[in-house]
Design a protein around this ligand. Structure first.
Ligand SMILES: *[C@@H]1O[C@H](CO)[C@@H](O)[C@H](O)[C@H]1NC(C)=O
Length: 426
């Protein structure tokens, strides 16, 4: 070898580098350990916010000292040890946070039969009176989510809420009220999920609090065992058709509203009343009002549209939740009903029952912008949900069953969907 490095020289340098590194590592490690033992009490609390350096198994063991290991025999205890906050954090994980959910801030005195229908709804401060009226009108279980901003307005809202319960015994008797305390307005779908999640009967009705219940749909349901069976089996959701007055002022006093279908038909004929939101037909058009006027039996919705957002009664368990990514106006409710439909749940229209919208005056500020945003989101969402449900149903061996009919029919409208499905089948 002329000049270059001999093998021994190379080995010598490598040895020096190795020793150097070891010393550096050991020093760092020791410093780290000293550091750890000093701050170990704050480790758990800071773990979430600051990214941590890789740790050794020994460090991990030290960190979780006193935390029980999960074994088959004590899993039950572990579940009980999960804090309520953590649980709710996961339950509403898709919503914007941090958010504090306080279930049963007021809990109804009455508990209902499991087969009852709980009205699941949201209420804002300016609608408290309407909620109180709904409780007295329905005289059945209501589960309501109310959003409270974590600021000066909080006390005002809570005081008014307490007054509402003081003044109306039907509020105390029937209404479970859950608070959502955070900084985010108009997380409607998250609030809907809160109301559904804490409902205490097997069935819920997803309703906007502004609607007046003109008829007793519970009586109609009970009188129709086949429809009850549809509900019980989780294969159908029951639509109660919605109407509104053409002249807004006519909708201000619910005492003047028709009390049965005959009276309603007269008002429709004289063009006082019409389908809800007739200027936006896709919203309720699938109910097919022409058909409804003549109907004497329940019928299945056959002309479904992805913008359809009827008020429906359905089973609480096993039905999809409302997508919490929709925040603000536009598409949020339609997205809930789209997923319900794709899950294989058909819409059945009650022939003799109906709701009428009570007039109030909306603030219009943020609506247009949010609608545009949500429309875009809804376009993506439909593709995603179609892929998710078809993938799930194929994997579960349900693709050849009636459960998949709605996905097949509705998702075929999405470009390229059928190609993807045929490839999934191989
Ligand atoms: C609505 O129902 C009527 C009467 O049953 C029927 O003739 C019509 O085709 C239906 N319309 C739609 C859009 O489904």
């Amino acid at each position: 070898m002329r000049d270059g490095f001999s093998i021994t020289q190379v080995l010598k340098y490598l040895a020096i580098i190795y020793v150097g590194c070891s010393i550096l590592y050991a020093t760092g490690h020791l410093a780290g350990l000293i550091n750890t033992s000093r701050s170990s009490s704050s480790q758990l609390t800071t773990a979430r916010s600051a990214p941590q350096a890789p740790v050794t198994v020994a460090e991990l063991q030290q960190r979780y000292q006193g935390v029980q290991q999960v074994t088959w025999s004590n899993t039950q205890d572990q579940y009980e040890a999960i804090s309520e906050d953590l649980m709710l954090d996961k339950v509403f994980a898709d919503a914007m946070g941090p958010s504090k959910v306080i279930p049963y801030y007021f809990k109804a005195e009455e508990s209902s039969d499991n087969e009852e229908v709980t009205i699941a709804t949201l209420v804002t401060h300016n609608r408290f009176k309407v909620l109180s009226r709904l409780a007295s009108r329905y005289k059945g279980p209501v589960s309501v989510a109310i959003h409270v901003n974590d600021d000066d307005t909080k006390q005002v809202i809570l005081t008014d809420l307490h007054r509402l319960y003081d003044e109306n015994p039907d509020m105390r008797r029937y209404v479970d009220l859950h608070l959502v305390v955070d900084k985010f307005d108009r997380q409607f779908n998250m609030w809907r999920n809160v109301a559904k999640f804490f409902a205490r009967t097997d069935y819920i009705m997803m309703l906007d609090v502004d609607f007046h219940l003109c008829t007793d749909f519970r009586k109609s349901l009970k009188a129709n065992p086949e429809l009850m069976q549809v509900l019980r089996s989780g294969t159908g959701a029951i639509v109660v058709p919605a109407f509104e007055y053409i002249n807004e002022e006519d909708g201000e006093d619910w005492r003047e509203f028709p009390k049965n279908k005959q009276e309603l038909l007269e008002d429709v004929q004289s063009e006082k009343l019409d389908m809800f939101h007739r200027s936006w037909r896709p919203g309720h058009g699938s109910t097919n009002y022409t058909r409804w006027y003549a109907a004497v039996d329940p019928y299945k919705v056959t002309e479904y549209s992805y913008s359809y957002e009827p008020y429906v009664i359905f089973k609480k368990e096993g039905t999809p939740w409302c997508e919490e990514r929709f925040v603000g106006y536009g598409a949020n409710k339609a997205a809930c009903l789209y997923e319900i439909y794709l899950a294989g749940i058909d819409y059945w229209v009650l022939p003799d029952d109906f709701l009428i919208h009570q007039t109030h005056h909306y603030p219009e500020d943020t609506r247009a912008r949010e609608r545009k945003y949500n429309k875009k989101l809804y376009d993506y969402f439909r593709e995603e949900v179609c892929l998710r449900y078809s993938r799930t149903m194929i994997a579960a061996g349900l693709w050849g069953t009636p459960r998949a009919d709605n996905v097949k029919r509705e998702c075929a409208k999405i470009k390229g969907f059928n190609d993807i499905i045929s490839r999934m089948h191989g």
